[in-house]
Write a protein that binds this ligand. Structure first.
Ligand SMILES: CC(C)(COP(=O)(O)OP(=O)(O)OC[C@H]1O[C@@H](n2cnc3c(N)ncnc32)[C@H](O)[C@@H]1OP(=O)(O)O)[C@@H](O)C(=O)NCCC(=O)NCCS
Length: 246
């Protein structure tokens, strides 16, 4: 469902549609997704339709990067419109590559393989939000990447799983850690990496617990754990969300 006029829609993107947020966040989050096709990008026209002022590196980028940028910002604009009534397009943080949300709002953007999504919530409710999508890794590739993604404790738990379960666990750890980064980095302003957090457990109902292994700030000390949500769709897309309540 979308109330977008086609004049507002970048030609490379489908109209954004709602995804149901996890039940506990259903009243306070807007989660939108759309598809995009780099072959259909006409960058100046599409940026104008979106109402975006893209930075130079996006203007100069290849069509795939331009399309994913536009699609992520389109979902963000629609999420902000649904929650706030104002269809603002997030700008750009000067300190990192993250989006600059309008005052009073927090959010996150993700995109992969022609699919983009954004989540937005009020800064009254949330300190930060993280959202990440990954296509489920094939078992052989997942195992090749495991050492970069997993901590020793996560690797040990992997031994108890069959090949398909291992691929799922590795993809989930990857996506969950990227979501954690997007939720916390704007708050702490400090880089942290895949060995700095670990999954404690995963519930088949769609939640996981993740723990920080280093201190990022007095609020985010080593040992702090957070609950996240995941969803695997019929196109093997694994979406993770971490919503940090205030
Ligand atoms: C920044 C990063 C998380 C992006 O993830 P990705 O899987 O490469 O790409 P995604 O499509 O999911 O997300 C890209 C979006 O992330 C957002 N983003 C980029 N930097 C960000 C930051 N510092 N904080 C919050 N969001 C950020 C942007 O909106 C970007 O899209 P845009 O440029 O079109 O606006 C990733 O590239 C990275 O640097 N990871 C290393 C740090 C990390 O993950 N540590 C794990 C800690 S446990």
């Amino acid at each position: 469902m979308s109330s977008l006029l086609s004049a507002d829609l970048p030609g490379c993107c489908s109209p954004p549609e709602r995804l149901p947020p996890p039940a506990a966040e259903a009243e306070t989050l807007a989660l939108l997704h759309c598809r995009f096709d780099p072959a259909l990008v006409s960058f100046e026209r599409d940026a104008l339709r979106l109402g975006a002022l893209p930075p130079d590196n996006i203007r100069r980028a290849v069509a795939k990067r331009q399309a994913e940028y536009l699609a992520g910002r389109l979902c963000a604009r629609e999420a902000l419109r649904q929650l706030s009534g104002t269809a603002a397009v997030p700008g750009h943080r000067t300190t990192d590559r993250g989006p600059a949300w309008p005052s009073g709002w927090v959010g996150a953007i993700t995109h992969s393989h022609g699919w983009a999504a954004a989540v937005v919530g009020s800064a009254r409710d949330y300190l930060g939000l993280g959202l990440d999508v990954e296509t489920l890794l094939e078992p052989a590739k997942a195992l090749r990447l495991a050492d970069q993604i997993l901590t020793p404790a996560e690797s040990e738990r992997l031994q108890l799983l069959d090949e398909r379960q291992q691929a799922f666990a590795i993809t989930l750890a990857f996506s969950a850690k990227e979501s954690l980064f997007k939720a916390l980095h704007p708050q702490v302003g400090q880089m942290f990496f895949f060995q700095d957090a670990e999954i404690l457990g995963t519930d088949p109902g769609g939640t996981f617990d993740i723990r920080l292994l280093i201190e990022l700030s007095p609020r985010w000390s080593a040992g702090t754990s957070l609950r996240g949500h995941y969803r695997l769709d019929e196109e093997r897309r694994l979406l993770t969300l971490i919503a940090v309540r205030r």
